[in-house]
Design a protein around this ligand. Sequence first.
Ligand SMILES: CSC[C@H]1O[C@H](OP(=O)(O)O)[C@H](O)[C@@H]1O
Length: 349
Amino acid sequence: MSKTGLLSLIWDGENLEMLDQRLLPSEIKYSKKTTVQEIWESIRSLEVRGAPAIGIAAAYGFYFAAREAPDTDFESFWKYLKEKSDYLASSRPTAVNLFWALERMEKKVLESKHLPISEIKRLVKEEAEAIHREDEEICRKIGEYGLTLLRDGVGILTHCNAGQLATARYGTATAPIYLAHEKGWKVRVFADETRPVNQGSRLTALELMQAGIDVTLICDNMAAMVMSKGWVDAVIVGCDRVAANGDTANKIGTLGLSILAKYYGIPFYVAAPTPTIDLGTKTGKDIPIEERNPNEVTCSFGRKTAPEGVKVYNPAFDVTPAENITAFITEKGIIYPPFEENIRDVINC
Ligand SMILES: CSC[C@H]1O[C@H](OP(=O)(O)O)[C@H](O)[C@@H]1O
């Protein structure tokens, strides 16, 4: 276990070493990704997952496309690249970081169209590396701002994995937890297992335990009990897309947690990197919600837990209305209501 903990993505300067998060916690296995197809499949299958990590992986996938694109003239180069970019965008619909990263990569190409194609390829690689590097900086800053909301001895409940494994490093919801631990504060974390793919039990519990942080695993239906006992001082979750009015898409079950937190008078914070805030999406009703394979519900990790042929509804995300959210913890500061106005000010500053 290195000092930095498990990283989901390691860039070797030309290709991408990717941790297969589907095998965690029992197996730690990295594999080298070198093509667009491999990146598309890794995002779709949750080999890599978590909004920021998806954006970083897509950025490198875009570079792989540029690397293999025809370089006779800009038009054929761009046609090939745009086609591959649109293909990468089809891997998953909800996390806006995927589209934000691809649009940033496309912009870099179009603003460099006057340069030799070999130079454009170099700039594309640099842009992907910048997205990766900046994500670590963003997460660290989220940790620093988030720390101002916590205290020594705090109890935190989190949902799914908005941890280091979902980002370049530190995580988003976990960043304040890691920084509190670095300060020597005692932090007690309750991690929802987060059915049906169990990112909480398989990933969050793993990474916090490896960091030596006090983490207690609970089933999703235990959150109310834990809150009723007064063990939770704050809920901190991640996000996949924040709409312009503050409605937030995150892992399925987040909405329910926000209602429980409101009932028990517990602050509900969303750790929100600004690339996950989408001013182009007006409200939560406009956020596309991914529905995944019913097998994730009926056949958890190879064990049949439901009758053959049963009807299944398996949305991977839900939308928490802005009025259930206490504040957003971003790398530019903490955003309080009125969200529509204050989000716009932060994004445009
Ligand atoms: C900072 S990660 C954001 C977000 O992504 C996770 O979803 P998935 O594991 O399906 O990619 C979860 O919603 C996290 O909160």
